[in-house]
Design a protein around this ligand. Sequence first.
Ligand code: SF4
Length: 301
Amino acid sequence: MVTLSELHKYGTRKFIMPGTAACPGCPLLIGMRHLAMALDGKFAMVIPAGCSSVIPGTAPYTAYSVPVLHVPFASSPAVASGLVRAIRQRGNEGPVVVWAGDGATADIGFATLSGAAYRNEDILYIMADNEAYMNTGIQASGTTPWKAWTTTSPRGKTEDRKDVALIMLMHKVPYVATASIAYPMDFIDKVRRAMQVRGFRFIHLHAPCPPGWKMDDSYTIRAARLAVETGAWILWEYNQGKLTISPPSIPYKDKSRRKPLEEYLKIQGRFAHLKPEDIKLLEQKIDEQWEFILRLAELFK
Ligand code: SF4
């Protein structure tokens, strides 16, 4: 397990250079730093269109300190598949990581994602999920939660969110996990455990976005933590046949220990229009999700 002193040591390294184009409080920079810490900055990254392709600035300059291929929206799993095969042929065992948003993963790039998972390509795919298409103007994506405001769902999204991690699990890949930018040690441990496995690995990283969620810049971590503490975001890990609830989420298996859902919703302007009956229904959906994940943990124990 990663230790605090190890984190402090990495804290002084500049995996991402200053002067990025990210908004204040951006969750992607936080998550990407943790990813770089987990892999000691030694990996190649494939990034489809999205906030993460804008953040490093304009060519020929970049804030990222690892080799990056910026690719069209739908192609990152296909490009990463080719890249990893090419570098393996040259005898290089280094990790290839796809770092993609929810739109590129759950919607536009879903066919190539499914193809790469089905072929069990030797890549680590991280979906940094800010729950909408943020850099193009906050349009709803497949992972935007039910009832959340976006510019394409002004009265609240009418569909439930797509559970991409579970869909990946059903591809029978060796490693799938959920993570959160508020729990760096859990995320770093998962990246490292994933790297010990050969084949397709998928991590769904929860990443609250201040402008897109209509909340204060300083609330990024608070929102991510409240998502876990209210049970709305469940941290779990499937590793080669075994599914477990991750330590930060274990207390919340017991519903009575979860914080009231309103605490998570009230800091986000995108849920300001919710009525008490909507919150009740959201709570019900959370309970159902817990029941389902706990049943899976029972099945894959
Ligand atoms: S819109 Fe959100 S995810 Fe995109 S750069 Fe700004 S804070 Fe980061």
